[in-house]
Design a protein around this ligand. Structure first.
Ligand SMILES: [Zn+2]
Ligand SMILES: [Zn+2]
Length: 308
């Protein structure tokens, strides 16, 4: 694609990054951080006006819960609804919330792991569901159309004092996007399900202090795994998913823009492990920003993971 972004945040090659990943010992951002910088980042993180949790992450179902606490009140919304309504409600209840409190749902794309619970939720609740107009003809027939708020990517809107904007990603769905959420000077981004890093993604996430970023697969595991060739090609294609090394280089770019909290998400159960994803991204960050404190974690496939 013409707007594919080539990284040049460092002279290091991907091979060098891989070699580093193999030899790095405790190359965590925390380990390399000065105490003052780490304390500063921790202090800033506690001031986030957002609580953000993944309720599930990966091919078995994606959903991210945002609760924004602002002087004008609390604004709660979801990005994606890939869990069943019951599982979503149960997870929200455990966090002191409920689907009845959700002001809106924003969809990244129409694949079932992102909209699996949407039809049932839309039948029982009246919040608007923002979804790309291009995806509408391909949605399940039992999804009540009256609940849908079709949008063209990119779009931007406000929920009270919270600004939510979308940006295009590169995926084999009829439309796909990531999101940027802003309030009170804090910016949180989400970007999963993309086989390439586009300029729209770099621009959309630029300056986000906290980002949920896909690290879907380890290249060697995919190549030597049991997936048939056509499936491997689909995943590794420019409209598939993001591999760990590319996620690492994109993470380094994001850190250069001010990101200091990253949650790796949508890991493949078959072709990745949390340790491999963390090691690859840590290695990329250690090459480019060895002294920058960055909080790095992995979203659980099942259950709730607290991000902010
Ligand atoms: Zn997808
Ligand atoms: Zn997905």
């Amino acid at each position: 694609m013409t707007d594919s972004l080539i990284f040049d945040t460092t002279n290091a090659t991907a091979e060098a990054a891989e070699a580093e990943a193999g030899t790095a010992t405790a190359a965590t951002a925390e380990a390399g951080a000065g105490a003052a910088e780490a304390a500063e980042a921790a202090e800033a993180a506690t001031n986030f006006p957002f609580s953000v949790y993944t309720l599930g992450s990966g091919s078995t179902g994606n959903c991210v819960y945002f609760a924004c606490r602002l002087p004008s009140g609390k604004v709660e919304f979801l990005i994606d609804a890939g869990l069943s309504m019951r599982a979503t409600e149960k997870a929200l209840n455990a966090l002191g919330s409920s689907l009845a409190d959700i002001a809106a749902i924003f969809i990244t794309h129409e694949h079932v792991d992102h909209i699996g619970g949407l039809a049932m939720i839309a039948k029982h609740y009246a919040m608007p569901i923002y979804i790309a107009a291009d995806s509408l003809p391909f949605l399940p027939s039992d999804l009540p159309r009256a609940r849908l708020a079709p949008v063209d990517i990119p779009f931007s809107l406000s929920l009270g004092e919270v600004q939510i904007s979308s940006f295009a990603t590169s995926h084999d769905s009829f439309s796909s996007c990531g999101y940027r959420v802003e309030a009170a000077g804090y910016r949180v981004g989400l970007c999963t399900d993309t086989g390439d890093v586009l300029e729209s993604m770099a621009a959309g996430l630029y300056g986000c202090q906290a980002v949920i970023l896909e690290a879907n697969y380890d290249k060697a595991m995919l190549e030597t795994g049991r997936y048939p060739p056509f499936w491997r090609e689909r995943i590794a294609g420019k409209r598939g998913h993001l591999d760990n090394d590319t996620a690492g280089r994109f993470a380094a770019y994001l850190v250069s823009s001010g990101t200091y909290r990253i949650l790796l998400a949508h890991l493949s159960a078959e072709n990745n492990t949390p340790d491999k994803a963390l090691a690859a991204v840590r290695a990329a960050l250690a090459l480019t920003f060895p002294d920058r404190p960055v909080s790095l974690a992995v979203a659980a496939r099942y259950g709730v993971t607290k991000f902010l």
